[in-house]
Design a protein around this ligand. Sequence first.
Ligand code: PMP
Length: 318
Amino acid sequence: ICWSVRGGWHRPRVSPYGPISLDPAAAVLHYGQEIFEGIKAYRHADGSVHTFRPDQNGRRLQRSARRLALPELPVPYFLQSLRELIAVDGAWVPSGDDQSLYLRPFMFAKEAFLGVRPAHKVAYYLIASPAGAYFKGGVKPVSIWLSEDYSRAGKGGTGAAKTGGNYAASLLPQSEAYENECDQVVFLDQDRNVEELGGMNVVFVYKDGTIVTPQSDSILEGITRDSLLQLARDRGHHVEGRNVSLTEWREGVASGDIVEVFACGTAAVVTPIGTLKGRDFIDEQPSGTLAFELREELTNIQYGRAEDKHGWLYRLDA
Ligand code: PMP
């Protein structure tokens, strides 16, 4: 699906998947003016197709657009694009546990010019691909590499936007994580507070039941995290969004104050963190059950196996 803007969004159409033609001077290729979203469509047992809190993705796409000087796509158009794709390609939504159709909306500057200014010609596309279970053979704790040399975002930067540049900045540290036999990288801010992983938010569970998650304007506000924290509040947990320093993390684990650390995002849903590895230390992380319980509760709602008390599901095929 493609929309172009030049004084308004127009010409929406669904076309067969294939290459996009771009002028070699298209602004996106030189200045990285682009944003995206990630969202899943789930098939329920009765065959219907639903997605989860897509209004939140639509609003986050708008916030990303503002930061990247792109035009904001109205949320109703965003939702319409999801429905139109499913109307044509709904058969691609797989059924079964942990199966989904991954939807990737994205917007980029198409205008051809060399010069640093916001582009006036922009395209919005939506592509999709069936996705199987993220963890083959069940959820496994992940190992995390602490990136000391690189940051993903700085104060006033684009960290809270879902834009390719943030991910470009995380590729080299991610390779460093692999070289150190870790699955993922965790980023710190300039004050050595924990930010997030390359593509997931981090959550800490304390002995007294308090749940703490890093909150700052350089972190992507995850929709999975927001939903898990709501489910935790429903269970009576106290939830705090605040800075968590690396020292608080390491000392909390050493003293037993922190009883669980997990990461969350649309792709993997929830994954416990098993180890934190730095240049000169390896901290084994405590293992608990809350991450698994919240994961189960959330996926039961997404797949229509539990009551959707918060009205989070959005039907795409009707
Ligand atoms: N942080 C980053 C950097 C991400 O790429 C993602 C995935 N979109 C998340 C956090 C988690 O966000 P969500 O739960 O909305 O998928």
